[in-house]
Design a protein around this ligand. Sequence first.
Ligand SMILES: Nc1ncnc2c1ncn2[C@@H]1O[C@H](COP(=O)(O)OP(=O)(O)OP(=O)(O)O)[C@@H](O)[C@H]1O
Length: 299
Amino acid sequence: MIQLADVTKTFDRFPAVNGATMTVPKGAIYGLLGPNGAGKTTLLKLMAGILRQDRGTITVDGDEVWENIEVKRRILFLSDFVYFFPQATIQQMADFYEQVYPSFSRQRFTELREAFSLDVNKKIHQFSKGMQRQAVFWLAFSVRPDVLIMDEPLDGLDVFVRRHVKQLLIDEVVEREMTVVISSHNLRELEDLCSMVGLMAGGVVQLERDLDELRAGVHKLQLAFRDGFPDELAERLEIVHREVRGSIVILVVRGEKRRVEETVRAFHPLILDVLPLSLEEIFMYEMGGAAHVCETVVG
Ligand SMILES: Nc1ncnc2c1ncn2[C@@H]1O[C@H](COP(=O)(O)OP(=O)(O)OP(=O)(O)O)[C@@H](O)[C@H]1O
């Protein structure tokens, strides 16, 4: 588990991270969402022990991260720009990672050769940008870190590779409970990947939510009644959005699905359909307090 409590990092008196608190459970894929300049990169670097916080605590499984070699060996940070040693090949970088990370698996590196189909003996800087990103993932998955922290890592990957990388990530999490933190300014990019999301703005994590809980707590209903929509039903439901299309009423309501359906059935609807809500819609309806941030990440 990764925990940050009241973490602050200031650059030239500017607080890039300003009292951030967040919790990433073991085995979670945590999406850190926020607009440009929100402080995501700074927060991830603090979490990985690359920057030192001015205030607050950052721990992995209870151990402080800063200057803690044992903890840092368990963490891999993938920056938003690809960096390798000049002139290095994938094979040479693999040899390097093997020396630095005790968890590096040569067997996994060989297994993944087929998945990435890049020439291990070619200089990495001679690859295209997307191929260099693939090399980053190949090496990262071979390191088998306990904690993988990634700053906008999917940029530059084509749709096919992106899907493949996401699946490999999910496999690692399912198989060995790797903990993943991944930043993005776009919810859509993460919605099929994350189990949790945190919304960051102004150097603070404003909200964090479990996505399954979020999905379970809000529903879209399509309704019709013989004599029009009963006022009393409106009073019994927690309605966050209402739309009338002729004789059909579309409602977005909060609450447990079974309860909501029972409440509506008591009024004998002619039509009662529960429609799927996209994660974007849930965000817009459920994150009222941080609606301005939602708009940027929902795009
Ligand atoms: N080394 C630095 N020196 C001075 N200011 C910095 C430094 N690093 C970040 N900042 C400032 O801190 C704020 C947060 O930057 P950060 O890169 O963490 O945001 P971000 O959420 O990752 O943004 P983006 O989505 O655009 O990458 C910005 O205003 C940025 O100018």
